[in-house]
Every structure is written in C-alpha cells, then in structure tokens.
Design a protein around this ligand. Structure first.
Ligand code: NAD
Ligand code: UDP
Length: 389
C-alpha cells in the first residue's frame, strides 16, 4: 500500500503527481508502473501501442490502484492526443524507442525516426508547456572506449581513464556511417543534445537516463512463443530462448565484448529517486548501471547455462555454446561496443543511489521467471509436428 507520509532525500513530503509515461507497456515501463502503483501515490497515464506487459496492473477494476493508472493505446508518431496528455501530467517520462540491436542495421530508418524524429514533439510539448521531462537515452551514446583504439598490448588499456564512461567527460566514439549499428547511438545522442539545448536556452526541466544493460523478467520476447519466430531480441532473451529449447547459446564473434548487467529492480529504484527528487535530478544526465557485474558475453553464457541447470533441474548440454559471425547473426553493418563500465560518481552524489544485486542472483531470479513462464509453452511448440507449427 502506498504510504501517505513519504519524504524525499531532503526530508520534504512527497506530493502525489501525475506522470505521462510513453512506452509504459515495454520492459522498463512495466517495472516502473508496478513500482509506482505498489509503493507511491502517483497517477500514471500509460501510453503505448501494446499493453500485454502491464495487463496485470490494468485488470481487474478492483485492483487497489485502479483509479491511479489509465492506459492510452496510441502511437506517438501520429496521434494528436499526445500534447493534451503531456499537458495533463506534471512529468513526462519517455521510454518509447526501437532499441534492439538486430534492428539497428536492418531497419536503420525506423531506428533513426523512433529514437530521434518521433521524440522531438515530446520534447517540444514539454518545453512549450513548462513540463518536466525524464528521457531515456542509452549507454550506447558513449560508443567505443578510447582504450579500444590502443595497441592490444598497451598497459594503458588497464587504466580506468581509458575505459570508464563518465557523463561529463567521456567522448562519444562511433564507427563509420556504413556500420549502421551506430545509427541508434547517434539518434539518441542527437535527442540528448536537443533536450540539453531546451534546458540551456528555454529553461526546460529535464533528466536524461543512460541505462547500462538493465535485465530481468519481461525483457523482450521468446521467439515463436510471444514474439515472431524469426525475431532477434536482446541477449538475455536470445540466451533464454536457447536454454529453453536445449540449443547451444550463440556467441557473436566469439562473445568477447564486455558488458555490465544490472537487475531491473535495482535500476527502477534509481528512476524513482529521480522522479521524487526533481531538485537533485533536474539538469543532469545519469549513468544507471552496475560496474561490479562486468562479464564478457561468453562468461554471461556460461553463467546463464549453470543458473538455468540449477533452476530448471535439467542438465546442461555437453557443448553449451557455439560461435557465430556477427554478419551471419545480425547482417551487414553490425558493429559492437567493446566495454561498458559506468562511472557512478554523479548519481551517487546527487541521489545517493547504488546497485545491490549480483549477477548470479539477478540471473537466478530472472531465469526462474523465464522457466516458469515459458518452459511448458516451448515444450508444446517444439513437440508439434512441423506442418501444424
Ligand atoms: P522496450 O522495447 O521493452 O519498450 C519500449 C516501449 O516503447 C515498447 O512497449 C514499445 O511498444 C513502445 N513504443 C515504441 N515506439 C512507440 C511509439 N511510436 N508510440 C508508442 N509507443 C511506442 O524497451 P525497454 O528496454 O523498456 O527500453 C526503454 C527505453 O530505455 C528505450 O528508450 C531504450 O532505448 C532505453 N534503453 C534501455 C536499455 C535496457 O537495458 N533495457 C538500455 C539502453 C537504453
Ligand atoms: N549477443 C550474442 N548472442 C546473442 C545475442 C547477443 O553474443 O544471441 C551479443 C551481442 O553481439 C552483444 C551483446 O551480446 O555483444 C549484447 O547484446 P544485446 O542485444 O543485449 O545489446 P547491446 O548490449 O549490444 O546493446
């Protein structure tokens, strides 16, 4: 139940607000809606083209928060209701985007429109109506690390100054235009610059979030079960799908890229602090990640294989992984970020926030969810004769 006596980080009572959440039906939106309904008195106008991931919060009408969440099915590309919904709210949170790497080089136009052009009216409506905006960008705006351009044997590669990614100091290093993987990062960077300029020239209140591989239940889809059979989701869902189907996990270019993974529930705590502490969050760009959970993609595959065997009780394959080229897996124009370690100084100073959950623990709870949600459906789908599937 939402407590009525909640205070912000400076001890001031938190007043209930109305939030216009665009992309509320996605992975992050569904967790944020859950948190806001369960622990706060705030109201949510939830905008998305889909609502499958928040259905449990919308029905039945008898839910304790039923009068605090309202779903509006709309596409922000072409819906005239958008401005009035932004105006009805105190704060807009924009999560809407095409954000799966398999789309960046195969659907570059949709990627650029979705991450830049379609977000422009949201920024304009917030600025024009004096509304606060929390915009979701990405850690990919950093692109490659400076260290990745040093010789392989350079000792400087071990120096954090050459790889830790800082909001106010690191450059944004993308590959060439023909590597269309970077269209996503570039579109996100340009919308960040537009928002920053609205803040600087017109005084718009904004916060920009740069997520570093948030993972957990409800991320993306399992191909052929609750998404297209040929679809390629992000790595958590790709590897979950392989594990559920007892197939080897595919390591793109050997799985040498490094990532830091953070549990969605830790990350949502940070977003709630931003929502409820505008004086500390406005005008800032925040990395939100877990620098302690760094692995190569190969190590992630090995850990997920072990965790899945534990939670499912099923033995692992003798050869649990196979290598695949990025061109075969994603098509031409794919490229990759080499390493992503977030500098946590700014978020620590402004919001006193730190991630808590270890990679093993977050994989254990997430794969328990994946097994419980999908194992039976995958079994039925794979046991059907080919003609009827
Ligand atoms: P998601 O794909 O699960 O959610 C995005 C939601 O936006 C979807 O429900 C989609 O239907 C909706 N949407 C897209 N275009 C829309 C439109 N035109 N009109 C209405 N709704 C639209 O993705 P997510 O993981 O929840 O990511 C949310 C945001 O965070 C994105 O902006 C993404 O770039 C950013 N981000 C996420 C991560 C991560 O680790 N999950 C990492 C970096 C950046
Ligand atoms: N990847 C992989 N096998 C898969 C899916 C992804 O090796 O089945 C790799 C991908 O090449 C990238 C990393 O996993 O190096 C993370 O990919 P994801 O799609 O989650 O997003 P990213 O972190 O690149 O934005």
């Amino acid at each position: 139940m939402a407590s009525q006596n909640r205070v912000d980080l400076d001890g001031n009572p938190i007043k209930p607000i109305t939030i216009c959440m665009i992309g509320a039906g996605g992975f992050i939106g569904s967790h944020l809606c859950e948190k806001l309904m369960a622990e706060t008195p705030h109201k949510v106008l939830a905008l998305d083209v889909y609502n499958d991931k928040i259905k449990h919060l919308l029905e039945p009408d008898s839910l304790p928060w039923a009068d605090r969440i309202q779903f509006h099915r709309l596409n922000i590309k072409n819906d005239s209701r958008l401005e009035s919904l932004v105006r009805m709210a105190d704060l807009t949170i924009n999560l809407a985007a095409i954000c799966t790497p398999a789309d960046y080089n195969t659907r570059p136009l949709d990627t650029i429109y979705s991450n830049f052009i379609d977000a422009i009216p949201v920024v304009k409506y917030c600025s024009g109506n004096n509304k606060r905006l929390i915009h979701f960008s990405t850690c990919e705006v950093y692109g490659k690390t400076i260290g990745s351009f040093l010789p392989k044997d350079s000792p400087l590669r071990q120096d954090p100054a050459y790889y830790v990614l800082s909001e106010d100091a690191s450059p944004c290093i993308f590959g060439p235009i023909e590597k269309q993987r970077w269209s996503y990062a570039c579109a996100k960077q340009l919308i960040e610059r537009l928002i920053y300029a609205e803040g600087a020239e017109n005084g718009m209140d904004f916060t920009i979030v740069r997520p570093f591989n948030w993972i957990g239940p409800r991320m993306d889809f399992i191909p052929g079960i609750d998404g297209p059979s040929e679809g390629v989701p992000r790595v958590l869902a790709c590897f979950s799908n392989n594990l559920l189907r007892h197939e080897p996990l595919k390591l793109v270019d050997g799985g040498q890229s490094q990532r830091t993974f953070i549990y969605i529930k830790d990350a949502i705590e940070a977003v709630l602090l931003m929502i409820e502490n505008p004086a500390r969050a406005n005008g800032h760009i925040f990395n939100v990640g877990n620098p302690n959970n760094e692995v190569t993609v190969k190590q992630l595959a090995e850990m997920m294989t072990k965790v899945y065997a534990k939670v499912s009780g099923e033995p692992s394959l003798e050869t649990p992984t196979i290598d695949i080229s990025s061109e075969e897996f994603y098509g031409v124009g794919y490229d990759d970020s080499d390493k992503r370690i977030p500098d946590m100084t700014i978020i620590n100073k402004q919001l006193g926030w730190n991630p808590k959950t270890s990679l093993w623990d977050l994989l254990e709870s997430t794969l328990t969810y994946q097994h419980r949600t999908y194992a039976e459906a995958v079994k039925q789908a794979t046991s059907k004769p080919a003609a009827s599937s």
